[in-house]
Design a protein around this ligand. Sequence first.
Ligand SMILES: [Fe+2]
Ligand SMILES: [Fe+2]
Length: 159
Amino acid sequence: MPENKAEKDRQKSLKELVNALNEDLSREYQAIIAYTIYSNVLKGAKWMSIAAELKLHAAQELQHAMIIADQIDYLGGMPTNSPKPVKLSDKPEEMIRFDLDNETETIKNYRQRVKQAEAVGHYALADQLRKIISQEQEHQHDLATALGIDVPDVFCEGA
Ligand SMILES: [Fe+2]
Ligand SMILES: [Fe+2]
């Protein structure tokens, strides 16, 4: 088969995309674990409504993991079995802060992934990622509201 530079570059970009999606999948696993734990251990009347919210987040993160794993498989990759590490704390504010930081990191990464998916012409994936981003932004907003702060800016760093 003749070597074609454009096709070689595309294959390289696809491989990078699959590797990056596996990082995203690790973050989704991390989110599932964190929300499962935190929603159950948060104590105090002040935190009860956010605890119920976190249970909904856990279920949505599982849906995201399923979508990302499906897309990795579609692109010929093997979905990872490793979550990013989950921090523990006995302080409610800290747990919610960990979640918020993770959501912000996740959104930054997905914004980058939309660009990568479109660069290789994978528009269906880009579309799926956009839907996930809007849910992650809702998560981020719920957490920031519970902490009484503004939503962190994800539009910096060109992301
Ligand atoms: Fe997610
Ligand atoms: Fe999320």
